[in-house]
Ligand binder design. Structure first.
Ligand code: ADP
Ligand code: LRH
Length: 491
């Protein structure tokens, strides 16, 4: 299987070799995913993402000419619009673009926060597709659009010529009914959006078409090669590959964002849950991903970009080692403050946030990095505790998957902040979850998520890709005090 996984920071094509008794994963291609600002709008470089996907598939086929299937996942909410001929209208806009400013407030005032939540189960994030589309209302592109395809569906369409809409990612639009998992035509029309944009839904594991002849040639495939729908929302695929046993676990899918929550059989749609801004996204096999978006390692990524643009020689491993030597919990901010959402001078924003809160202002990359990681660990603590409480679920262990699992300091701080063991890894959970769903669809594996996770647990420890962090004894009071200082009153 080839798993194409497009994160907001980087994309990769992984070759997964899966059998009933083992899984191995090899990175065959990785590339940066750099946004492009054109005039006043921040865009994704979507043609580059397509070209790199093709290059990666070529590399996968060079190793395994018998490649059986391709699956694609990416970050959520963003989309391309097609005209009646299937041509892309405009270039997909980046969710960190400012065009939705003021739109959520308007939509909530018109439709009602309670109605939006009980219909869709989604947290209010300014970039939800609903708000992006309302912001685009009246533009020539939206007027001419026939079909909306979220990013993985758009790439899949370019590879196969078949347009489809995968349900886990569709759930992030805030236009899907959380109970029926169908488009909410009522909400679509109440928001003044054209119903024609929203096509039939497909489920993870369903076929998504075969590569077109010229694509086959470009990637070097000698025979038909199917694309299989996977949990095309990257977080849905990541949660599939959380190597947990039973249901008393929380997960943190930790990369550009920290997606912190629990897996549930049913959504939680209470007023308290809405006020806590918890989301109920559709998971693989009908599960609910009950979670909150924490701003995540974006804060560090963007700080690194700014430092490097100023000529500082900063490398991540050395910076993290220096941050580990800094005094802990010296200065904390709320990482979810919307001021941190757009690209920009993150070190200056962090310094300003500390000054405004009466915290000491961190000076220099090591102290700023420590401030970011302490603040993220506090936000992890708050979201894990709130998820457990709002969903009435006991949590004994926190799993960290994604690139953040390589950050030993963040994993230890999260264990300390939560007062729970943290199991870190796999780093490439998203690609693994993507590939496992393909393998099951092809009949190589069977069973539900518990069986897929069992296979991972049997396979991963031997490869050294799981590491457990125990909370440091005696630090509870320091974290409780810091949580109070940060204004997080969730115990
Ligand atoms: P996304 O899929 O959102 O692009 P990833 O899951 O690839 O994100 O995670 C990227 C993050 O992983 C980076 O922002 C970085 O902070 C962290 N990371 C990557 N490599 C390392 C490393 N060697 N040590 C510590 N952290 C790392
Ligand atoms: C993580 C992610 C997250 C979304 C965000 C837009 O990559 O998909 O789940 O909220 O990107």
């Amino acid at each position: 299987m080839a798993a194409v996984d497009l994160g907001a920071g980087s994309g990769r094509v992984m070759l997964a070799e899966i059998a009933a008794d083992g899984v191995s994963l090899t990175e065959v291609h990785r590339f940066p995913n750099d946004p492009v600002r054109l005039l006043d709008t921040l865009h994704w470089d979507v043609l580059r993402l397509y070209a790199e996907t093709v290059r990666g598939l070529r590399a996968a086929l060079a190793r395994r000419p018998d490649l059986a299937s391709v699956g694609i996942d990416s970050w959520a909410v963003d989309y391309g619009l097609l005209d009646t001929t299937g041509a892309l209208l405009g270039n997909p806009v980046h969710y960190r673009d400012g065009r939705t400013e003021g739109v959520p407030e308007r939509v909530v005032a018109a439709l009602g926060a309670d109605r939006l939540y009980t219909t869709t189960g989604l947290q209010l994030l300014p970039f939800n597709t609903l708000f992006q589309l309302v912001a685009a209302t009246g533009t020539p592109i939206l007027d001419r659009a026939e079909r909306l395809l979220l990013i993985p569906d758009l790439l899949s369409y370019w590879l196969t010529g078949v347009a489809g809409t995968e349900v886990t990612n569709a759930s992030t639009t805030q236009l899907l009914d959380v109970r029926t998992r169908r488009w909410s035509t009522e909400l679509i029309s109440a928001a003044g959006l054209p119903e024609r944009l929203f096509g039939p839904l497909r489920q993870p594991g369903e076929p998504a078409g075969d590569l077109r002849a010229e694509v086959r040639e470009a990637v070097g495939a000698t025979g038909p090669l199917p694309v299989t729908a996977v949990g095309s929302h990257d977080t849905a695929s990541a949660v599939v590959a959380v190597p947990a046993e039973g249901d008393r676990f929380a997960y943190i899918s930790c990369g550009t964002w920290s997606l912190v929550g629990v897996e549930l059989p049913e959504p939680v749609l209470s007023a308290e849950s809405r006020e806590a801004n918890f989301t109920n996204e559709a998971g693989v096999d009908g599960t609910v991903r009950y979670l909150r978006n924490v701003m995540g390692l974006w804060l560090l990524q963007e700080s690194l970009r700014v430092w490097r643009s100023r000529g500082y020689d900063v490398e991540l491993p050395a910076l993290l080692a220096a941050a580990a030597r800094e005094p802990g919990l010296a200065a904390v901010v709320d990482p979810d403050d919307p001021v941190f959402l757009p690209p920009g001078d993150m070190p200056a924003r962090l310094a300003r946030a500390c000054a405004e809160r009466g915290e000491p202002v961190p000076d220099g990359p090591a102290a700023i990095t420590r401030c970011i990681l302490d603040s993220l660990a506090l936000a992890h603590r708050s979201a894990v505790r709130q998820a457990g409480r709002l969903a009435d679920r006991s949590v004994d262990v926190v799993h960290i998957v994604g690139g953040g699992a390589r950050n030993e300091l963040l994993c230890q701080l999260t264990a300390d902040a939560c007062g729970l063991p943290v199991v870190a890894g796999p780093v490439e959970a998203t690609a693994l979850g993507n590939a496992l769903v393909q393998a099951r669809a092809l009949g190589v594996l069977d069973g539900g998520l518990a069986e897929l996770r069992g296979l991972l647990r049997r396979t991963l420890p031997g490869s050294g890709s799981l590491r457990t962090y125990q909370p440091t004894p005696g630090v509870e009071i320091a974290w409780r005090d810091a949580a109070e200082r940060a204004g997080r009153r969730d115990g």
